[in-house]
Design a protein around this ligand. Structure first.
Ligand SMILES: Nc1ncnc2c1ncn2[C@@H]1O[C@H](COP(=O)(O)OP(=O)(O)OP(=O)(O)O)[C@@H](O)[C@H]1O
Ligand SMILES: [Mg+2]
Length: 278
Protein backbone atom coordinates (compact mmCIF):
# COMPACT_ATOMS: atom_id res chain seq x y z
CA UNK A 1 0.00 0.00 0.00
CA UNK A 2 1.40 3.33 -1.02
CA UNK A 3 1.06 6.08 1.53
CA UNK A 4 1.54 9.68 0.61
CA UNK A 5 3.09 11.61 3.45
CA UNK A 6 2.32 15.29 3.67
CA UNK A 7 5.20 17.30 2.34
CA UNK A 8 7.02 20.30 3.72
CA UNK A 9 6.74 22.25 6.93
CA UNK A 10 3.04 22.88 6.70
CA UNK A 11 1.89 19.65 8.26
CA UNK A 12 4.19 18.95 11.16
CA UNK A 13 2.49 15.94 12.70
CA UNK A 14 3.18 13.41 9.94
CA UNK A 15 -0.37 13.26 8.79
CA UNK A 16 -0.80 10.39 6.37
CA UNK A 17 -3.09 11.13 3.50
CA UNK A 18 -4.63 7.82 2.52
CA UNK A 19 -3.88 5.80 -0.57
CA UNK A 20 -7.54 5.93 -1.55
CA UNK A 21 -8.30 7.85 -4.69
CA UNK A 22 -9.12 11.55 -4.38
CA UNK A 23 -12.07 13.51 -5.67
CA UNK A 24 -13.06 12.38 -9.16
CA UNK A 25 -14.59 14.99 -11.44
CA UNK A 26 -16.66 12.33 -13.18
CA UNK A 27 -18.56 11.55 -9.98
CA UNK A 28 -22.07 12.87 -9.96
CA UNK A 29 -23.13 15.77 -7.78
CA UNK A 30 -25.57 14.21 -5.30
CA UNK A 31 -26.36 16.96 -2.79
CA UNK A 32 -25.96 20.71 -3.15
CA UNK A 33 -26.13 22.71 0.08
CA UNK A 34 -26.90 26.24 -1.02
CA UNK A 35 -26.42 29.13 1.41
CA UNK A 36 -27.90 27.25 4.37
CA UNK A 37 -28.27 28.99 7.73
CA UNK A 38 -29.85 27.36 10.74
CA UNK A 39 -31.13 28.55 14.12
CA UNK A 40 -32.19 26.76 17.30
CA UNK A 41 -34.54 29.47 18.57
CA UNK A 42 -32.34 32.56 18.93
CA UNK A 43 -29.11 30.61 18.63
CA UNK A 44 -27.62 30.53 15.15
CA UNK A 45 -25.79 27.24 14.53
CA UNK A 46 -25.05 27.49 10.78
CA UNK A 47 -24.23 30.60 8.78
CA UNK A 48 -24.47 30.60 4.98
CA UNK A 49 -23.13 27.11 4.23
CA UNK A 50 -22.59 26.29 0.54
CA UNK A 51 -21.22 22.84 -0.12
CA UNK A 52 -21.35 20.06 -2.73
CA UNK A 53 -21.47 16.35 -1.89
CA UNK A 54 -20.71 13.75 -4.54
CA UNK A 55 -21.89 10.26 -5.27
CA UNK A 56 -19.31 7.48 -4.73
CA UNK A 57 -17.25 9.75 -2.51
CA UNK A 58 -16.70 10.16 1.21
CA UNK A 59 -16.89 13.74 2.42
CA UNK A 60 -15.53 14.34 5.92
CA UNK A 61 -17.00 17.12 8.08
CA UNK A 62 -14.32 18.31 10.46
CA UNK A 63 -14.03 21.13 12.97
CA UNK A 64 -14.07 21.82 16.70
CA UNK A 65 -16.93 20.83 18.99
CA UNK A 66 -20.06 22.94 18.58
CA UNK A 67 -19.18 24.23 15.09
CA UNK A 68 -22.37 22.83 13.55
CA UNK A 69 -21.29 19.55 11.90
CA UNK A 70 -24.10 17.42 13.34
CA UNK A 71 -26.63 20.20 12.74
CA UNK A 72 -25.78 20.24 9.03
CA UNK A 73 -25.84 16.43 8.84
CA UNK A 74 -29.34 16.46 10.35
CA UNK A 75 -30.46 19.15 7.89
CA UNK A 76 -29.58 16.81 5.01
CA UNK A 77 -32.25 14.23 5.88
CA UNK A 78 -34.57 16.69 7.66
CA UNK A 79 -33.99 15.15 11.07
CA UNK A 80 -34.02 18.66 12.53
CA UNK A 81 -37.70 18.93 11.56
CA UNK A 82 -38.48 17.34 14.89
CA UNK A 83 -36.80 20.12 16.88
CA UNK A 84 -39.17 22.83 18.09
CA UNK A 85 -38.23 26.41 17.26
CA UNK A 86 -35.64 25.29 14.74
CA UNK A 87 -35.49 27.30 11.51
CA UNK A 88 -33.49 26.91 8.30
CA UNK A 89 -32.95 29.26 5.38
CA UNK A 90 -31.31 28.46 2.06
CA UNK A 91 -31.78 25.29 0.05
CA UNK A 92 -30.64 21.70 0.05
CA UNK A 93 -30.95 19.96 -3.31
CA UNK A 94 -30.88 16.16 -3.54
CA UNK A 95 -30.45 15.12 -7.18
CA UNK A 96 -31.39 18.70 -8.04
CA UNK A 97 -34.65 18.70 -6.06
CA UNK A 98 -35.32 20.86 -3.02
CA UNK A 99 -35.72 18.51 -0.04
CA UNK A 100 -37.84 21.07 1.79
CA UNK A 101 -40.31 21.62 -1.05
CA UNK A 102 -43.95 21.37 0.11
CA UNK A 103 -44.61 18.20 -1.86
CA UNK A 104 -41.72 16.26 -0.26
CA UNK A 105 -42.85 13.70 2.30
CA UNK A 106 -40.21 13.67 5.11
CA UNK A 107 -40.46 9.93 5.96
CA UNK A 108 -40.09 9.12 2.27
CA UNK A 109 -37.13 11.49 1.97
CA UNK A 110 -35.47 9.95 5.04
CA UNK A 111 -35.61 6.53 3.45
CA UNK A 112 -33.15 7.78 0.85
CA UNK A 113 -30.62 8.20 3.70
CA UNK A 114 -28.98 5.69 5.99
CA UNK A 115 -27.88 6.93 9.40
CA UNK A 116 -25.07 5.55 11.56
CA UNK A 117 -24.84 7.06 15.02
CA UNK A 118 -21.86 7.69 17.27
CA UNK A 119 -22.61 4.79 19.62
CA UNK A 120 -23.60 1.44 18.14
CA UNK A 121 -27.34 1.23 18.78
CA UNK A 122 -28.74 -2.07 17.51
CA UNK A 123 -32.34 -2.86 18.42
CA UNK A 124 -32.44 -5.24 21.42
CA UNK A 125 -33.71 -7.95 19.08
CA UNK A 126 -32.06 -10.59 16.90
CA UNK A 127 -29.34 -9.83 14.38
CA UNK A 128 -31.80 -10.93 11.68
CA UNK A 129 -34.57 -8.63 12.90
CA UNK A 130 -32.19 -5.67 13.02
CA UNK A 131 -31.72 -5.92 9.27
CA UNK A 132 -35.15 -7.20 8.24
CA UNK A 133 -37.26 -4.73 10.22
CA UNK A 134 -36.97 -1.59 8.08
CA UNK A 135 -37.28 -3.42 4.77
CA UNK A 136 -40.38 -5.33 5.96
CA UNK A 137 -41.88 -2.12 7.35
CA UNK A 138 -41.48 -0.34 4.04
CA UNK A 139 -42.63 -3.34 2.01
CA UNK A 140 -39.28 -3.72 0.23
CA UNK A 141 -39.39 -7.45 0.96
CA UNK A 142 -42.36 -9.68 1.76
CA UNK A 143 -41.60 -13.38 1.46
CA UNK A 144 -39.30 -15.20 3.83
CA UNK A 145 -36.81 -16.15 1.11
CA UNK A 146 -36.61 -12.50 -0.04
CA UNK A 147 -36.02 -11.37 3.52
CA UNK A 148 -33.36 -14.03 4.09
CA UNK A 149 -31.57 -12.91 0.93
CA UNK A 150 -31.73 -9.24 1.97
CA UNK A 151 -30.35 -10.00 5.45
CA UNK A 152 -27.49 -11.96 3.94
CA UNK A 153 -26.73 -9.31 1.30
CA UNK A 154 -26.62 -6.44 3.84
CA UNK A 155 -24.49 -8.41 6.30
CA UNK A 156 -22.10 -9.39 3.52
CA UNK A 157 -21.83 -5.82 2.33
CA UNK A 158 -21.13 -4.72 5.91
CA UNK A 159 -18.40 -7.36 6.21
CA UNK A 160 -20.22 -9.16 9.02
CA UNK A 161 -21.84 -12.21 7.44
CA UNK A 162 -19.11 -14.73 8.19
CA UNK A 163 -18.96 -13.63 11.81
CA UNK A 164 -22.70 -13.82 12.49
CA UNK A 165 -24.20 -16.29 10.02
CA UNK A 166 -24.57 -18.92 12.74
CA UNK A 167 -26.02 -16.48 15.27
CA UNK A 168 -28.68 -14.67 13.28
CA UNK A 169 -31.26 -15.40 15.98
CA UNK A 170 -29.06 -14.07 18.81
CA UNK A 171 -29.54 -10.52 20.12
CA UNK A 172 -27.65 -7.86 18.14
CA UNK A 173 -26.64 -6.36 21.46
CA UNK A 174 -24.60 -9.50 22.26
CA UNK A 175 -22.07 -8.71 19.52
CA UNK A 176 -18.79 -6.89 20.20
CA UNK A 177 -18.80 -3.10 19.89
CA UNK A 178 -17.17 -3.17 16.46
CA UNK A 179 -19.54 -5.88 15.24
CA UNK A 180 -22.51 -3.92 16.58
CA UNK A 181 -21.41 -0.87 14.61
CA UNK A 182 -21.08 -2.95 11.44
CA UNK A 183 -24.54 -4.36 12.20
CA UNK A 184 -25.78 -0.76 12.37
CA UNK A 185 -24.16 -0.09 8.98
CA UNK A 186 -25.88 -3.24 7.62
CA UNK A 187 -29.17 -1.95 9.05
CA UNK A 188 -28.57 1.51 7.56
CA UNK A 189 -28.23 0.03 4.06
CA UNK A 190 -31.13 -2.44 4.43
CA UNK A 191 -33.70 0.01 3.08
CA UNK A 192 -31.60 0.68 -0.01
CA UNK A 193 -30.58 4.30 0.68
CA UNK A 194 -28.59 6.54 -1.66
CA UNK A 195 -26.72 8.54 0.96
CA UNK A 196 -25.04 7.34 4.18
CA UNK A 197 -24.71 9.84 7.02
CA UNK A 198 -22.33 8.88 9.81
CA UNK A 199 -21.88 11.01 12.91
CA UNK A 200 -18.54 10.00 14.50
CA UNK A 201 -19.16 6.30 13.82
CA UNK A 202 -15.76 5.14 15.05
CA UNK A 203 -15.50 7.21 18.20
CA UNK A 204 -16.71 4.45 20.54
CA UNK A 205 -14.59 1.73 18.93
CA UNK A 206 -11.14 0.29 19.62
CA UNK A 207 -8.45 0.89 16.96
CA UNK A 208 -8.83 -2.53 15.31
CA UNK A 209 -12.62 -2.15 15.00
CA UNK A 210 -12.14 1.39 13.72
CA UNK A 211 -9.73 0.15 11.04
CA UNK A 212 -12.26 -2.49 10.06
CA UNK A 213 -15.01 0.16 9.85
CA UNK A 214 -12.79 2.39 7.70
CA UNK A 215 -12.17 -0.45 5.25
CA UNK A 216 -15.89 -1.02 5.13
CA UNK A 217 -16.59 2.65 4.41
CA UNK A 218 -14.10 2.58 1.53
CA UNK A 219 -15.90 -0.46 0.09
CA UNK A 220 -19.34 1.07 0.52
CA UNK A 221 -18.28 4.26 -1.20
CA UNK A 222 -18.75 2.65 -4.60
CA UNK A 223 -22.50 2.44 -3.98
CA UNK A 224 -23.31 5.57 -1.97
CA UNK A 225 -22.66 9.21 -1.33
CA UNK A 226 -21.14 9.12 2.18
CA UNK A 227 -20.78 11.92 4.72
CA UNK A 228 -18.79 11.22 7.85
CA UNK A 229 -18.18 13.45 10.84
CA UNK A 230 -14.96 12.70 12.66
CA UNK A 231 -12.73 14.31 15.26
CA UNK A 232 -9.92 12.01 14.20
CA UNK A 233 -7.83 13.88 11.63
CA UNK A 234 -5.89 10.77 10.64
CA UNK A 235 -9.18 9.07 9.90
CA UNK A 236 -10.53 12.01 7.92
CA UNK A 237 -7.31 12.16 5.88
CA UNK A 238 -7.33 8.40 5.30
CA UNK A 239 -10.87 7.74 4.25
CA UNK A 240 -12.31 10.85 2.61
CA UNK A 241 -12.05 12.19 -0.92
CA UNK A 242 -13.32 15.61 0.09
CA UNK A 243 -13.33 17.46 3.38
CA UNK A 244 -15.19 20.42 4.81
CA UNK A 245 -13.79 22.38 7.74
CA UNK A 246 -16.30 24.21 9.93
CA UNK A 247 -15.71 26.83 12.59
CA UNK A 248 -18.36 28.59 14.67
CA UNK A 249 -21.16 27.70 12.26
CA UNK A 250 -19.25 28.81 9.15
CA UNK A 251 -17.70 26.66 6.45
CA UNK A 252 -14.13 27.90 6.40
CA UNK A 253 -12.67 25.55 3.77
CA UNK A 254 -13.85 22.75 1.56
CA UNK A 255 -12.14 20.82 -1.17
CA UNK A 256 -10.13 17.75 -1.98
CA UNK A 257 -8.93 16.05 1.16
CA UNK A 258 -5.31 16.15 0.06
CA UNK A 259 -5.52 19.94 -0.37
CA UNK A 260 -7.26 20.49 2.95
CA UNK A 261 -4.66 18.45 4.82
CA UNK A 262 -1.53 19.23 2.86
CA UNK A 263 -2.18 22.76 1.63
CA UNK A 264 -4.88 24.36 3.79
CA UNK A 265 -5.56 27.91 2.63
CA UNK A 266 -6.46 29.39 5.99
CA UNK A 267 -4.49 29.58 9.21
CA UNK A 268 -7.57 28.40 11.10
CA UNK A 269 -7.82 25.17 9.10
CA UNK A 270 -4.07 24.66 9.22
CA UNK A 271 -4.05 25.00 13.00
CA UNK A 272 -6.97 22.60 13.36
CA UNK A 273 -5.69 19.82 11.11
CA UNK A 274 -2.26 19.99 12.71
CA UNK A 275 -3.82 19.59 16.13
CA UNK A 276 -3.01 23.05 17.49
CA UNK A 277 -6.53 23.32 18.84
CA UNK A 278 -9.75 21.32 18.80
N1 LIG B 1 -31.21 20.81 20.00
C1 LIG B 1 -30.47 21.92 20.17
N2 LIG B 1 -31.00 23.02 20.75
C2 LIG B 1 -30.27 24.14 20.92
N3 LIG B 1 -28.99 24.28 20.51
C3 LIG B 1 -28.40 23.22 19.94
C4 LIG B 1 -29.11 21.99 19.73
N4 LIG B 1 -28.26 21.11 19.12
C5 LIG B 1 -27.09 21.78 18.96
N5 LIG B 1 -27.18 23.03 19.45
C6 LIG B 1 -26.11 24.05 19.41
O1 LIG B 1 -25.79 24.32 18.06
C7 LIG B 1 -24.37 24.45 17.89
C8 LIG B 1 -23.87 23.41 16.90
O2 LIG B 1 -24.05 22.12 17.48
P1 LIG B 1 -23.68 20.77 16.72
O3 LIG B 1 -24.16 19.66 17.58
O4 LIG B 1 -24.16 20.84 15.34
O5 LIG B 1 -22.08 20.84 16.73
P2 LIG B 1 -20.99 19.74 16.33
O6 LIG B 1 -20.05 20.40 15.41
O7 LIG B 1 -21.67 18.50 15.89
O8 LIG B 1 -20.26 19.48 17.72
P3 LIG B 1 -19.60 18.12 18.32
O9 LIG B 1 -18.31 17.94 17.60
O10 LIG B 1 -19.40 18.44 19.77
O11 LIG B 1 -20.58 17.00 18.11
C9 LIG B 1 -23.77 24.30 19.29
O12 LIG B 1 -23.58 25.57 19.82
C10 LIG B 1 -24.84 23.55 20.05
O13 LIG B 1 -24.80 23.86 21.42
MG1 LIG C 1 -21.78 16.55 16.61
Amino acid sequence: MQTVVAQGRLIDQQLHVGSHPGHDVTHRLKIRVDNVSFWYGEKQALDGITLDLYDQEVTAFIGPSGCGKSTLLRCLNRMNDEIREARMTGQILLDGENINAPDVDPPFLRRRFGWVAQKPNPFPRSVYYNIAYGALLHGLVRRRDETDALVRRCLERAGLWDEVKDRLDKPGTDLSGGQQQRLCVARAISTDPEVLLMDEPGSALDPVSTAHLEELIEELREHYCIVIITHNMQEAARISQRAAFFHLGKLVEQGDTKDIFVRPRTQLCHDYVTGRYG
